[in-house]
Design a protein around this ligand. Structure first.
Ligand SMILES: Nc1ncnc2c1ncn2[C@@H]1O[C@H](COP(=O)(O)OP(=O)(O)O)[C@@H](O)[C@H]1O
Ligand SMILES: [Mg+2]
Length: 252
């Protein structure tokens, strides 16, 4: 299987400080990957470099073998590589279903020329509603389809954010600390849905999380960063037993 996303020797500086100091790794399609590391080690910076918010000073990012290193964020998203932000931001007065429908590319206020990138299922509004409804089912949100987003729980809002990414045509989702400030039971519910989306729709996930214990059991493969660099990778057991990872967390 070839790599769907490849990060090749990425450097991102803030002044003279290298927040990403030569990071390389690759993701295979349909995998659930976890990127861990203590606060400030450069995880969000890397996600910003991948998703087009930052342009790295050096190195390259490839998606499905295309070099996307200095591509605009919306173009990267049109390719199917989508990030969610650390704070979910749905339209709070719209219902769950409406929030899904406004996530369609044609409603994003973008150039009409981009409509060629629309997923083929968006032939009509009926298909859009059908697609939204299917996704809400997989996400376990069908029972709140007609409720305003401001009545949803924190966990439901996170799932809605993933749903909106999928409505926009996402095939690879970057989740930056999706379970921050959410209790453990909800965390597991969210990850159970991440697994379902991978199994049923083949979605690839890169999940960023600084709490080691939360997401480990769901990941196929774990990358660990410290001070701007990738220090090790492997299974959760391998990575969490690695002295360099333990040191990074204990700040020695
Ligand atoms: N826009 C920015 N300007 C200056 N420094 C930044 C900026 N964003 C991040 N940093 C610094 O880069 C380092 C990595 O930050 P970040 O990628 O947010 O870490 P993480 O997500 O792993 O907690 C930190 O030292 C942070 O202070
Ligand atoms: Mg971060």
């Amino acid at each position: 299987m070839s790599e769907i996303l490849k990060i090749d020797n990425v450097y991102k500086y803030f002044g003279k400080f290298a927040a990403n100091d030569g990071v390389s790794f690759g993701l295979k399609e349909g995998g659930i990957y976890l990127l861990v590391g203590p606060n400030g080690c450069g995880k969000s910076t890397l996600v910003n470099c991948i998703s087009g918010i930052f342009v790295p000073e050096e190195g390259h990012v490839y998606y499905r073998e295309a070099d996307i290193t200095s591509e605009d964020m919306y173009k990267i998203a049109r390719r199917g590589l989508v990030r969610t932000f650390q704070i979910a931001s749905p339209f709070l007065r719209l219902t769950t279903l409406e929030n899904m429908l406004v996530a369609l590319p044609e409603n994003a206020g973008e150039n009409i020329a981009l409509s060629m990138f629309k997923p083929t299922w968006v032939d009509s509004e009926i298909n859009a509603v059908r697609r939204a409804s299917e996704l809400l089912k997989v996400l376990g949100l069908k029972h709140v389809w007609n409720k305003p987003a401001n009545t949803l729980s924190g966990g439901e809002l996170k799932l809605l954010e993933i749903g909106r990414a999928l409505m926009s045509g996402a095939e690879t989702i970057l989740l930056d600390e999706p379970v921050g400030s959410i209790d453990p039971v909800l965390c597991h519910q969210i990850f159970a849905h991440v697994l379902r989306l991978r199994d049923e729709l083949g979605i690839t996930f890169l999940v960023i999380e600084h709490r080691l214990e939360v997401a480990a059991q769901y990941a196929d493969h774990v990358f660990a960063m410290d001070r701007g660099r990738l220090v090790t990778e492997g299974t959760a057991e391998e990575v969490f037993a690695d002295e360099r990872v333990i040191k990074a967390y204990l700040g020695e």
